[in-house]
Each structure stands twice: as C-alpha cells, then as structure tokens.
Ligand binder design. Structure first.
Ligand code: NDP
Ligand code: 2IT
Length: 451
C-alpha cells in the first residue's frame, strides 16, 4: 500500500476514528482513497465541498431486531441491517446478505463499493446494502420463510420503488426474495414489483438476472483477453465458490470455449480435470442444497479436497482465475501460487475477494486484475433492467436482455481503461473503476448542494 497524499491521509484517519473495528469498511475506503491522488490534484472543487468525506459517511444506517420461531418452537434472535449509503444517482440499490459473519463493518464495505459499482453501470441507481447474521444452512424452508417474514416486517418501512430497492447476495436467492416480496405485498397491500429485484420469472422477475453476475464477470474478463489479442477458447479456468455467481461464471466460460477445472465452497474444493459437469453442479447446489463433496461422490473424473488453512483452490493451475465466493478469500500467498502456475487474468466475481497483498502481487507480476466493482457489476445492472421492465409493465426476451448486459459490461471495461489513461495510470483497472465511479457520483453531489 502506498502512502496517502496529505489531503487524503486526514480523511482516512477520520474514517478509522469514526468507524472503530469495521476492518472490511476500512479496507474498502482505503482502496478507494489509494486511487484518489490524481483526482484531488485535478479537482480541488471536490476537496472544497468535502465530497470524499461525505461519500464515506452513509446517509442512513438501520439496525433492527429480527425475532422468529424455529421448527422446534424455540424463539430465535438475529440482527438485521440496511445501510443506505448514497442516493445522489437514484434510489439506494444493493443486495441483502444472510450469513453468520454479517455485522455492520461488512454491510458498510459492501454498501460503499456498491455506490461506485452502480455508477459504473450508467443506470440511475444509488448505493446501499443490507442483511443479517442469520445462517440459512440446515434450516428448513418454513424456517427460512418465517425469518424472511420477520426481517421484512421491519425492513418494509424503509424501502420502496423510489426509495431503496434490495436484491440478493450471499444466502439470499430466488427463494428468499419470494418470501420477502410476499411479506412486503401483504403488509403494504401494494403489488409494487419494483421494490425488490431478483424476483421469479412470472411474478415480475427479469430473464437473465439469475445468470447476470457470473455472465457479466466473464464478459468483462473476455474484454480483457480481447485487449490482449486472446480469448477464452482453450483456456483453463478456476473458480471459487459454487453459488449463484460461480455457477453462471462457469456456464459462460464453458460457452466461450474454456474448461473450468475447479470450484469450491466453505467445506473445500473439487478438481475435475475433464471440466465441470454443470448440470450435476446445479443439481447438487441449486436443487439439493448439498455440500460440494456430493459432486465428487457422483462424478468419476472429480476429486474433493476438504478445506483446511493449508489447502486452496488457488493451488490448481489455471490461465484465468475468477474468485466468486467472498471477501478476502484470495491472499498474497494464493496470488503467488497463481502467478507461479502461469495465470494471466484475475477477475473478481465476488466483492473484494482479493486482499490488498494479493492485488499487489498480481499487479507487479503483470497479471491483468479486474476489481469486483467493475467486473461483477452485471448483476446489479440487470437488476436495474428488471426495475425498467417493472416500471413499464413489460418483460423482455432472454436474448434482448443478455445483449443489454453484454453492452453494459463492454462499456464498463472501456470506461475503466479510458479513465485510467486520462488520469495517468494506463491499464490499471482498479484506478480506472474507482476514479470513473467516484467522479460520476461526486459531480451529482456537487450539483445537488450540500446533502
Ligand atoms: P451464494 O450464497 O449463492 O454463494 C456463495 C458461495 O461462496 C458458496 O459456494 C459459499 O459456500 C461460498 N462462501 C460464502 N461465504 C464463504 C466463506 N466465508 N468462506 C468460504 N466460502 C464462502 O452467493 P453469491 O454467489 O450470490 O455471492 C458470491 C459473491 O458474489 C459475494 O461476494 C457477493 O457479494 C458477490 N456478488 C453477488 C452478486 C449477485 O448478484 N448474487 C452480485 C455481485 C456480487 P457455502 O455454501 O459453503 O457457504
Ligand atoms: O453486490 C452486488 O452487486 C449484488 N449483490 C447485487 C445487487 C443488486 O441490487 O442486484
């Protein structure tokens, strides 16, 4: 990490002092500030109006109790969060995460990144994020439904088509969005489709939203490869995670001619030299909701490696690595292993999966590195397309929606490179994404007065 310039260091000191213990939020803000040197030199008006300080302070943070009754009749207690970070460009927009690790620092890092990601999509959406420390693993459908109903019984008063539009993230997929939407509709007596995205096809959802984040990440990586006169054809790909983002990143990579040889979950990883059997993976993960070892049990060419601190999916040799599980899952040592094995492109399908050390190792080794706020923006961009369809009471074909998604990802890639060039950091996707997203939000905030 480089030293911050004298304008930015006091801002970071203030963030540390005002947000104690929120390490992921510190990491995400620091990463943005690391790109802001050339911006503050060229735009004193942002410093005069305290734009960076204001952008790092959420507009509103909501924390609430979520009591519910489990199948045994016991009362369970969780904590709910919604951080409404920035609405300069549109209603707050961003997912909900249900995972035992969720606390304010994680929701704030995700909400902060979402501001710039959403700006990069070019769609009229602000940034927000929410979730709960609820652990859906091992819970019955009825328990998940009761939890979602209790969560929405508080959340409903804070959200709306023009206010704040949640969606899915880790632990929140189509099933949970259904229960949440059902409870919102019941409490408000409004069929307000645009209040949530990631809805089912047939009740307001958009085709391609399920596939969008993974497909978008691969489209972005494909643009990187094209810029290097290469392609996915014949390449070996390793993906972490085996959830929504990972599965559809694998699907698109395979469609473009690559072989995906490994994926993971929190219990370990599978290596399948013949290439992943996606139909089996979807059945294990999306339908049966089982652990990844079940995949290896049923596929001769695959072996399962149980997770431990010394084993990692990143030890599996590949040309292209797509981290699609969770934050800080790929560290400096993992990056060294990737470089040693000849990996040339890393594109983040997850949010902040690479540690700052990993990014440094990859960048210094000449590996093309695409940060999540650019590479995984296809999910939220397609959410915005879902909002567009809801607002016009229309539904688009798969082909048309996917074409829009691809155009958006190609556009984000070009904008990152153009901005990086314009600010003297050519080829740096991190700086390009941070600067382009920041300037769009900063200019809107200047225009709207001191808000
Ligand atoms: P899912 O819940 O569908 O899948 C998450 C996957 O990551 C699972 O395989 C899970 O394994 C693994 N995982 C989660 N937490 C951990 C952990 N602490 N350690 C190891 N493995 C873990 O989530 P998504 O696929 O939707 O999200 C994955 C990432 O992509 C997240 O970073 C999310 O913020 C990001 N993202 C998601 C978008 C979306 O549209 N869904 C959009 C943009 C970004 P296990 O089942 O064992 O927990
Ligand atoms: O991190 C993300 O961009 C998401 N989880 C998707 C957010 C959305 O509103 O679709």
């Amino acid at each position: 990490m480089t030293d911050l310039n004298p304008t930015l260091q006091p801002i970071f000191d203030e963030i540390l002092a005002r947000n104690p213990g929120e390490t992921e939020f510190h990491q995400a803000t620091r990463e943005l500030l690391d790109s802001m040197g050339p911006v503050v030199r060229r735009h004193p008006e942002y410093t005069d109006a305290a734009i960076i300080r204001r952008i790092c302070e959420p507009e509103r943070q909501i924390i609430f109790r979520v009591p519910w009754v489990d199948d045994a009749g016991q009362v369970q207690l969780n904590r709910g969060f919604r951080v409404e970070f920035n609405s300069a460009l549109g209603p707050y927009k961003g997912g909900l995460r249900f995972h035992p690790s969720v606390y304010l620092g994680i929701v704030k890092f995700l909400g902060f990144e979402q501001i710039f990601k959403n700006a990069l999509t070019g769609m009229p959406i602000g940034g927000g994020k929410g979730g709960s420390d609820f652990d859906p693993k091992g819970r019955s459908d009825a328990e998940v439904m009761r939890f979602c109903q209790s969560f929405m019984t508080e959340l409903y008063r804070h959200i709306g088509e023009y206010t704040d539009v949640p969606a899915g993230d880790i632990g929140v997929g189509g099933r949970e969005i259904g229960y949440l939407f059902g409870q919102y509709k019941r409490i408000t007596n409004r069929y307000e489709s645009g209040v949530l995205t990631g809805k089912g096809i047939g009740w307001g959802g958009s085709l391609v939203r399920t596939e969008a984040t993974g497909y978008g990440t691969v489209y972005f990586a494909n643009e990187i490869l094209k810029a290097r006169k290469s392609s996915f054809e014949g390449k070996t790909v390793v993906i972490s995670g085996s959830g929504n983002v990972a599965i559809y990143a694998a699907e698109k990579a395979i469609e473009l001619g690559a072989t995906v040889v490994a994926c993971s979950d929190s219990s370990g990883y599978v290596v399948d030299e013949k290439g992943l059997d996606l139909a089996l993976l979807k059945d294990v993960k999306e339908v049966r909701r089982e652990r990844l070892s079940a995949y290896a049990d049923e596929r001769e060419s695959a072996r399962f490696v149980a997770g431990s601190p010394t084993t990692s999916v990143w030890d599996v040799p590949c040309d292209i690595a797509l981290p699609c599980a969770t934050q800080n899952e790929l560290d400096g040592d993992h990056a060294l292993a990737l470089v040693r094995n000849g990996c040339t492109v890393v594109a983040e399908g997850a949010n902040m999966p690479c540690t700052p050390d990993a990014v440094k190792v990859l960048t210094e080794a000449g590996v093309a590195f695409a940060p999540g706020k650019a590479a995984n923006a296809g999910g939220v961009a397609t959410s915005a397309l879902e909002m567009q369809q809801n607002a016009s009471r229309d539904s688009w074909s798969f082909a048309h929606t996917e074409e829009r998604l691809e155009q958006i990802m190609v556009g984000i890639h070009a904008r990152c490179l153009e901005t990086a060039d314009a600010y003297g950091v050519p080829g740096n996707y991190v700086a390009g994404a941070n600067i382009a997203g920041f300037i769009q939000v900063a200019d809107a905030m200047l225009a709207l007065g001191v808000i």
